[in-house]
Write a protein that binds this ligand. Structure first.
Ligand SMILES: *[C@@H]1O[C@H](CO)[C@@H](O)[C@H](O)[C@H]1NC(C)=O
Length: 180
């Protein structure tokens, strides 16, 4: 088989410019392998999200404990790098200047302090918002956690300034708008 291959190639490619065609194929393969070796998406985003354990009731203490558990269980060493917030961290009204707020009962130290703690353990910090006026909740849309509708760019900047490395955006959209 191996000795037949050159003849097969000559037959398939033929004159007049087989070398050019082979070169083009090789360049194409190099470009293709570059695209696959850019480091993006080699694993899913690996980390901890509280929803399955706590729905929308996760406390700051539970977030901190979970981050420590990722280390204690050896998961950090296996590539679990995110500690993410999920629903219930948000405030219910914006600050008077329109800035997003957190619920001080759920996150007493505040989101920036929690983000710093997560970073200090060597993890990335993920946040959560929603594309609606209000976010998803577990009480039929009546919790009225803040969503980001109409504030997307400002909220993204706010979350980044608080230390977010990742943002999960859910869509519990217009049917949570009062009156619709
Ligand atoms: C808006 O107000 C909050 C406090 O209520 C403050 O932390 C924040 O820096 C203000 N943002 C701007 C853009 O002035």
């Amino acid at each position: 088989m191996t000795s037949a291959s050159p003849q097969l190639f000559r037959m398939l490619l033929g004159p007049p410019f087989p070398q050019l065609i082979v070169l083009a194929i090789l360049l194409g393969l190099i470009a293709f392998s570059d695209a696959l070796n850019n480091g993006v998406g080699r694993t899913p985003a690996m980390g901890w999200n509280p929803y399955n354990a706590y729905l929308c009731t996760t406390t700051e203490a539970q977030y901190r404990a979970a981050a420590q558990s990722l280390i204690d269980l050896g998961l950090k060493g296996l590539g679990y790098q995110y500690v993410n917030l999920d629903c219930g961290w948000q405030g219910k009204t914006r600050a008077s200047n329109g800035t997003f707020t957190w619920d001080a009962a759920q996150i007493p130290s505040g989101v920036p302090a929690l983000a710093s703690y997560v970073h200090s353990l060597g993890f990335k910090f993920g946040m959560y918002s929603d594309g609606g006026v209000f976010a998803c909740d577990f009480v039929g849309g009546t919790a009225h956690y803040l969503g980001s509708l109409g504030h997307e760019a400002d909220d993204a900047k706010t979350f980044a300034s608080w230390g977010a490395d990742y943002l999960k955006v859910q869509f519990c959209p217009t049917f949570y708008v009062p009156g619709l």
